[in-house]
Every structure is written in structure tokens, then in C-alpha cells.
Write a protein that binds this ligand. Structure first.
Ligand code: UD1
Length: 450
């Protein structure tokens, strides 16, 4: 059966105490909205409609950044989850099939659970979870004589209903035409004066439709309402990512200090030292080693390469096999071919380094003139002497060498030695004379101050 997903993301998220719309807060390096969209995408639905409202332009942009064909509708006034779904149904037009409603702030929902909802035979299927933690705010699933008869919001619940331990996750599935009918019957006579999506359960039951509750683990429907929830969700994500990495044959010297992004991909037999942070877009091939205190984002590390300790790889850094990047090295938008060594204290930006070249300590590609970025091209088997400033745009030919301390402003031909520094002059005995003068000056100053 055809499936459409509706992702609700119009709420303000007041408890986040933030100027940023709630669904744009990041978990594991990606906005919450992207986690929901990724979960939805995995189900391969015919349509996905995202309901935006608070901070709508920014949320729409984020949706389009994830998927340039993302469909959004605007809920101008946030009048409740039922009202939000009504806006999405208008956009779905005459869609026939099953509709699943998800929240943009519930990042951990799994494909298995969504499939259960998509394949459920009931007219309305609600996703709930069992808990003894008595969560406030969450709705309670009221089961009478073995049947789910209605959902009552915490605010509207009697003490007996508040004590119910089967909780509404907020996710539900329903046939599109029936959902239209049920949403049309919603009222807003409740504690919040909102159109509650949850009320469709009671209406469906009273009209004789079949309504069932599927359940999942509480952690799967963890919603983010506050900074504390966000921090808790990050902890959950990291714990899972660490366990998965270990399971996949990655060595983590101190797992609790390694932070992964939502898309970090690490090959078997790679080794990750303590205090390593992965931003989005990092792939590390089998057998590579990332030593302690490195920060990596948007980069690729090939087999046999070693990085760190204390290295920073920024977007566009690509290390081919057996490269070595050492301490206090920053690399951005730069390709290192096989066997390149950049041992210490170096910045490489907007560059290409040919195979087996060695970049000496203190080298800087001066890639920015205050207005534009320029490229540095370094050939194969080049030796860049320590403390070389490569003023881009500049090209260094294969097998060339630059003298330490050089400022290279012109291209260097293949196999040439480039010396870009003032010639050295030695003045015999002058150091001794200067020391004597300095000491005499100091004595004089001390006497004067007595
Ligand atoms: C909702 C459920 C509650 C459930 C809980 C689980 C209702 C009435 N209640 O409550 O039973 O236990 O989720 O987290 O559905 N939104 C809109 N437009 C609106 C209102 C909300 O798009 O007008 C979006 C929000 O951005 C959010 C989602 O809907 O993504 C849930 O809204 P929220 O106000 O957080 O619902 P809860 O009160 O938590």
C-alpha cells in the first residue's frame, strides 16, 4: 500500500529557551529535523510533507538542504497537532494509502517501528510505550476491555488516568481518507484550547473503526523538549555509536571520550585514540589510526594513514593511503596523495600535495588575500623546508625543494631549489660585544634607580 509521511515541525519549543526553532537544534551534528527526515526516507514513502510554522523559513531551508525536493506546508498559527495534520492533508490532496504522522523532534524512531505502523491492518494504529517513570506532558493510552478507546492528554487527565503507564509517543498511522474524516471531526474544547491529533482515537473508536496500539522501547520515541532532553538524547546517541563502532571491529582506546556524528563511517581495524571528535561527513578506512585529541569533519582518511595527536581536519581534507598528519596541523580543502607527510605545526588550505612529498614544520599555505582564496599545487616527491610560506596561487614542481624559512611567491620549476629568504651574514665577535653592552646598560639603569 502507498505510504505518505507527515512530519510535524511547526511548534515553537518554548522550553528550549532559544531563538532557534526547536527542530534545528543539533543532535550528533545534524538538526533534529534531519534525523526525522532520515527515518522517514528509510521507509521509502510516496510523499513526505513537513509542516513548518515557527521559524518557518529557516526550517524550510533545512528541509531543502536535506532533500531538494522536500515538500513543506506552512501552519501559520500553531493551533495544535490535529490542526497541523489538517494542513498537511490539504497538501496531500487526493492521496490514497496510509499516512504516518511523525514529530520532527523525535530523532530515534527506527525503520522497523515505522514498518510496523505502515503494515498494520487496523484503521488507526497508535505508537505507545510502557514506562513507570510517570512522565508529565505525555498523553495516556486508555485501554478499556482490552481495546484502545481514547488518548487523554496529561493536562486533561484525572489522577487515575495520569497513573496509566502506557504512554502516547505521538506517532500514529491511519488511512488517508479516514484521517481526513476524523480530523474534520476534531474540536478544541480542552485544557490547551488546541486541536489535539490524539482525539482522533476516541472519535474513531466511537464510530466503530478498529484502533490498536503498537509499542516500542521508550528510548525510541524520546522527544526533545528542553536542553536537558537534548543533552540526554546526545548521550543516548553517543553510547549507541560507540557500541556499534566496537561491534564493527574498531578499536576505541577510551570509548566514552570519542564523539561521533550521525554519519561517521569507520572501517574495521581502524584505531581511534582518546578525546577524538567527529563532526559530520567523516569516513575513515580500515586500518587507519586517529590519535588522541583530534577534531575531524567533512574529511576522508584512507587505509594506513595516521592522524594526530592534536590534528584538525576540516571539510575537503582527503588523505590517501599511508599519509601521516601530525600534531598541530590544520588541513582544509586539500588532497594529500599517497605517502605524504605533514608532521607538525602546519596549515594547508586549498591545496593538492603530490605523492610522497614532505611538508616541513611550520609550513603555511597563504591561501587568502583578504578577499579571495587561491590554490597551492605541490607536485610529487617535493620537500618543503620548515617554516616555508607558500603565497598562493603558487605551483611547486615535482621533486623540487624549498629552503627553510622561505617565502615562496613564484612558481618553482621541477627539481629546482627555491630560496626565498635574506642571505645570512656572520659578524665575527659581535655577539660578545653586544652582550657586554647590554649588561653595562642594565647595571647603569639599576644604579640610577637606587
Ligand atoms: C504530543 C501528544 C502527546 C504525546 C506527546 C509525545 C498531542 C495533542 N499530544 O504532546 O499525547 O504524548 O506528543 O511527545 O498530539 N506541532 C505542530 N503544530 C502545532 C503543535 C505542535 O507542528 O500546532 C508539532 C511540534 O512542532 C512537535 C509535535 O507537533 O514536533 C508535538 O507537539 P508538542 O506540542 O510537543 O506535543 P506534546 O504536547 O508533547
Amino acid at each position: 500500500m502507498a505510504t505518505a509521511l507527515i512530519i510535524l515541525a511547526a511548534g515553537q519549543g518554548t522550553r528550549m529557551n532559544s531563538d532557534l526553532p526547536k527542530v534545528l537544534h543539533r543532535l550528533a551534528g545534524a538538526p533534529l529535523l534531519h534525523h526525522a527526515m532520515r527515518a522517514a526516507e528509510a521507509l521509502e514513502p510516496e510523499r513526505t510533507i513537513i509542516v513548518v510554522g515557527h521559524g518557518g523559513d529557516a526550517v524550510r531551508r533545512a528541509a531543502l538542504a536535506f532533500d531538494e525536493n522536500a515538500e513543506t506546508v506552512t501552519q501559520t498559527e500553531q493551533r495544535g497537532t490535529g490542526h497541523a495534520v489538517a494542513q498537511a492533508l490539504l497538501a496531500l490532496g487526493g492521496f490514497t494509502g496510509r499516512v504516518i504522522v511523525l514529530f520532527g523532534d523525535t530523532p530515534f524512531i527506527t525503520l522497523e517501528t515505522l514498518e510496523k505502523l505502515a503494515n498494520s491492518q487496523a484503521d488507526v494504529t497508535v505508537l505507545g510505550f510502557h514506562t513507570d517513570s510517570k512522565p508529565q506532558r505525555y498523553g495516556r493510552l486508555v485501554v478499556e476491555n482490552g481495546k484502545l478507546t481514547r488518548i487523554v492528554e496529561f493536562k486533561d487527565a484525572s489522577p487515575a488516568e495520569q497513573a496509566i503507564t502506557l504512554i502516547n509517543s505521538g506517532v500514529l498511522a491511519c488511512d488517508a481518507a479516514l484521517l481526513n474524516e476524523l480530523i474534520g471531526a476534531l474540536g478544541n474544547d480542552n485544557a490547551s484550547g488546541e486541536y489535539y491529533l490524539t482525539d482522533i482515537v476516541g472519535i474513531a473508536h466511537s464510530r466503530g473503526y478498529s484502533v490498536v496500539a503498537e509499542t516500542c522501547a521508550e528510548a525510541e520515541t524520546l522527544g526533545i523538549d528542553s536542553r536537558q532532553n537534548l543533552a540526554d538524547a546526545e548521550k543516548v546517541f553517543q553510547a549507541r555509536a560507540r557500541a556499534e563502532a566496537l561491534e564493527n571491529g574498531v578499536t576505541l582506546h577510551d570509548p566514552d571520550t570519542v564523539y561521533f556524528a550521525f554519519d561517521t563511517a569507520i572501517g574495521r581495524d581502524a584505531t581511534i585514540g582518546p578525546n577524538v571528535v567527529f563532526g559530520p561527513g567523516v569516513t575513515v578506512e580500515s586500518g587507519a589510526e586517529i590519535r588522541a585529541f583530534c577534531h575531524l569533519e567533512g574529511c576522508h582518511i584512507s587505509r594506513g594513514a595516521t592522524v594526530g595527536p592534536f590534528a584538525r581536519l576540516r571539510p575537503g581534507a582527503e588523505l590517501a593511503e599511508d599519509c601521516h598528519v601530525g600534531n598541530f596541523v590544520e588541513i582544509k580543502n586539500t588532497i594529500l596523495d599517497e605517502g605524504v607527510k605533514v608532521g607538525h605545526l602546519t596549515y594547508l588550505g586549498d591545496a593538492h600535495i603530490g605523492e610522497f612529498s614532505n611538508i616541513g614544520a611550520g609550513t603555511v599555505t597563504c591561501n587568502y588575500d583578504g578577499v579571495s582564496k587561491h590554490r597551492t599545487e605541490i607536485g610529487a616527491r617535493v620537500f618543503i623546508g620548515s617554516d616555508t610560506m607558500l603565497v598562493a596561487p603558487v605551483t611547486i614542481g615535482d621533486g623540487a625543494m624549498t629552503a627553510s624559512g622561505s617565502v615562496i611567491t613564484e612558481d618553482v620549476p621541477t627539481e629546482a631549489l627555491a630560496l626565498g629568504r635574506a642571505p645570512q651574514v656572520n659578524k665575527p665577535g659581535l655577539a660578545r660585544k653586544l652582550f657586554e653592552k647590554f649588561k653595562a646598560d642594565k647595571r647603569k639603569r639599576q644604579k640610577e634607580s637606587e
